[in-house]
Structure formats: C-alpha cells, structure tokens
Design a protein around this ligand. Structure first.
Ligand code: ARG
Length: 462
C-alpha cells in the first residue's frame, strides 16, 4: 500500500490493505461532496481576503473546486479508497487540476473542523427536507379531516371505548404532532447552523482567520465558542436524529391505528391496493405491510440514535476517530424518516374511510355513559353520585345486551327518579360530539378553529 499523500511524511510505509479498508470513509462520506466543496470555496476566499494566501491562488482553487464538483456530479470523478475520505479525495484532485495553488487550500484548517462544517451543512439540508415533508403530511391530514367534522367513531383510552370523537379530531391529533416535530427541528437548526471552521485540529490557528465570514458565506448564523468543543461536538447530529426518532414514533402510532382499523373486526378503513400486499397462501389477505414496515423502521432510527449516543459516550477531548461512525447512522436515519413521511402522506391521501362502520361501532362499549352522568349533574346530582348512577345503568343495559339508549324510561327511573324522557337526546353519540366545544375539543366549531390554526401555520411555512 502506498503512503498517504496528506499525512504520509513521517511514515516509511503505508497502512495495510485491511487497515485502509477498515478506516476509510470515502465509500459513504462522498455524500457530503457538495457541502465539503462549498465550505472549501468559502475557506479559500477567506484565506485570500485575510491576506493569508494570494488572491490568484484562491481564484485558482475556487475554479478547480468547481471543476471537481462537476466531475463528481457527472460521475466521472475517480475515487481513491487509499485517500480515506471525501476531504482528501477532493483535495488531491484539486492539486492535480490546479497544481501549487491547490496545496494552499488546507492552510489554517484541519479535517477535524472541515468534516464538522461539511456534516453540519448536510444535516441542515436534511432537516429542511424533513420539515417540508412533515408540513406536507400535515396538509394531507388537515385536508382529510376537513371533510369529517361530523363523522364519529369511538375514541379510546387504554384501547377501550371511551367517548365518541369526530374522525376529524382524531386525524388532527396527528397533524399537531407533526407540527410540533417541525417546530422542534427549527430549534435544532439553531445549533446545527454553527460553523466549527477555524478551530483547526483542536487548538485554533496562528493565522488571522475570519471564521464568521466563512460561516456567513455558507449560510450559517454563528461560529463555535471554543475550538476543542467545536471539533468534538456531535450534539447537532444527535439532536437531529432524536427529532427524526420522534417523528418515526409519531408515524408508528398512526401506522398502528391504520393496522387496527384495517382489520375487518374494526373495518374503519380499506387500504388501497397500492398500499397493501397479499399472502402467498391465504387468498383473502390484504395486509397493511407499508404501515407495519414503517412501524418497524422506527426501530432503525432509534438504533441510529442509540448508536451515536454510544459512540460519543466517554470520548475524551477533542476529535476522536470514533466520530467517523456518526455519518452512516445519520444517513440511514435521514433516508428512513424522509421516505416514511412521504409514503405516509401518499397512503393517507388514498385511504378509504368507512364512516358508516365507525358510526356503528359507537353503539358498542357505552361511549355515552359519561353523557348520562353529565345529564344527572345538570339535574342537580353531585358528579360522584351521577357517576355511580350511570354505572348502575350500564350494568342494567349490559345485562340486556343492549346500549343505554335501549333502556326504558322505567328502567332509568328505577335507578334515578330525576331521569326524564329528555335523556334519550342526550345519549345520542353525534350530539355528544357536538357538545364538546371546549378549547381543542372534538366539537365541530373547535375542529374548525384547529383547521384554521393549522392552515395559517402551514401557509406561514411555505
Ligand atoms: N473521515 C473523518 C471523519 O469522518 C474526517 C476527519 C479525520 N481526521 C483525522 N484526523 N483522522 O470523521
């Protein structure tokens, strides 16, 4: 194996082939090429502005880097595994192209601060993509919700029938989760868009660098406060993966609903053909594989989060090679969360809701028992006594295999004489939904307010 041109000066021989293969990252960190090259261009221009290298050299470097960018983008670039990573591959090609000037690019810089900036630029781009997709998913959720303000289904706690809610309310619960995810990423971006370039290897540099100028040129808002922290900080990637994990957790909950709802025992949704698969043995099957896989892929993203937390655990200052392991974990989480957000939006848009089945399901499980208790409170009973009387009514109805609404007035009055004929209107599940207009409640006016709030938020983000 030949000596490495970037650091081989003090070595008599190059690394073993197995060592080179084990330590290289160019096979995957080439994904950072755009970010690496634009950061290098900004660095070269700054070096010239600060009088550290001649302006002509900086111009040659920028021209050469544009050419390298072009070569990589069009697939003609020749990658050299022995050059370890994206950074050294780009620099070596630059020197081939522009000669002596190219050798000045690395002045006042180390791969440690270089990779930090390139990776941060990449993570910032990914976050913006996730945000666009999360807003896109909110758009589908609100669009579908808008048509179901008055369609009701059993709302559950403990996955047991609790109180009736509108389908719109149920769908909007998820829109609010993805809105929160988007805003959480806004906050993360503040710490991602901080440039470490200028920290050099770990101690800073003896040149009159202008790190803030470089940061501004690549679109970042701030620079590091301490050079040792700068080159060994991966909090930004951890936070981003945590946000991705939270998005996947939310998606997995929605997947679980779709999986349950598509079971014929529920029959609340029919999966479109394009989003279900059959069985090789059971001809009747229509399996929710997309939703199941998304639920499963949530585990992958949690894995990436756990991996990076563990990679960083106990690392002494400053840069350690362990940190090279950050990229594949992030790339995998990135691809998973982005494709999941997209496919969920498309699948949801194509889902058939069986609102008749949802409404029928409201007659099971005494969803209107709370209505009876609230009715008795209105008749002057303290809530605890009202709760007790409603519970007795449930026991009577259950004994007859019916609902509360199937009980006779006589049966009601045996439990509580203050119950009148007007109880039947109160027990109606659709009416129960209509009454719940408290802030954020399931009533149609409350749902309408939520839709407006979400629409305003989405249009501000566009
Ligand atoms: N490929 C390395 C990484 O991804 C770049 C930094 C290497 N620095 C070093 N001194 N070996 O972390």
């Amino acid at each position: 194996m030949s000596k490495n041109m970037s650091w081989g000066g003090r070595f008599a021989e190059g690394p073993h082939a197995a060592t080179a293969a084990y330590t290289q990252s160019q096979s995957f960190d080439r994904a950072l090429y755009k970010q690496d090259i634009s950061a290098s261009k900004a660095h070269a221009s700054m070096l010239a502005r600060q009088g550290i290298i001649p302006a002509d050299d900086a111009r040659a470097i920028v021209r050469g880097l544009d050419r390298v960018m072009e070569e990589i983008a069009t697939g003609v670039f020749v990658w050299k595994p022995e050059l370890e990573d994206i950074h050294m591959n780009v620099e070596a090609r630059l020197i081939e192209l522009v000669g002596e000037a190219g050798k000045k690019l690395h002045t006042g810089r180390s791969r440690n601060d270089q990779v930090g900036l390139a990776f941060r630029l990449y993570v910032a781009d990914s976050i913006e993509r996730w945000q666009r997709n999360a807003v896109g998913l909110c758009a589908v959720l609100t669009k579908r919700a808008a048509r179901h303000k008055r369609d009701i289904l059993p709302g559950c706690t403990h996955l047991q029938p609790a109180q009736p809610v509108s389908l719109a309310q149920h769908l909007l619960a998820y829109a609010w989760m993805f809105r929160r995810d988007t805003e959480r990423l806004d906050d993360t971006l503040k710490r991602v868009r901080v440039s470490p370039l200028g920290a050099a290897a770990l101690a800073g540099a003896p040149y009159p660098l202008d790190p803030l100028g470089v940061a501004g040129e690549v679109g970042f808002i701030a620079i590091y406060g301490n050079s040792m922290d700068a080159v060994s900080d991966r909090d930004f990637a951890l936070e981003a993966i945590f946000c991705a994990a939270t998005i996947m957790m939310h998606l997995s909950r929605l997947c679980e609903e779709i999986i349950l709802w598509s079971n014929p025992a529920f029959g609340f949704v029919r999966l479109p053909d394009g989003y279900s698969t059959g069985s090789s043995i059971m001809p009747q099957k229509r399996n929710p594989d997309v939703a199941e896989l998304m639920r499963g892929k949530t585990g992958r993203v949690y894995g990436a989060l756990t991996a990076l937390l563990t990679i960083m655990k106990g690392l002494p200052l400053a840069y350690n090679r362990d940190m090279q392991e950050d990229k594949e974990a992030f790339f995998d989480a990135d691809a998973t969360v982005e494709s999941s957000l997209r496919i969920m939006a498309d699948m949801l848009d194509a889902l058939d809701f069986h609102t008749d089945r949802m409404r029928k399901a409201c007659s099971l499980g005494f969803l209107n028992a709370t209505e009876l208790a609230d009715y008795l409170v209105a008749k002057g009973l303290p809530f605890r006594e009202a709760h007790h009387a409603a519970g007795q009514a449930v026991a009577v109805a259950e004994g007859k295999d019916g609902g509360l609404e199937d009980m006779s007035l006589d049966e009601f009055q045996k439990i509580e004489p203050r119950i009148g004929r007007d109880v039947y209107a109160v027990l109606d599940c659709a009416a129960a939904v209509r009454r719940r207009e408290s802030p954020g409640g399931t009533g149609p006016r409350s749902v309408e307010r939520q839709l407006k709030q979400l629409a305003r938020w989405m249009s501000n983000r566009r």
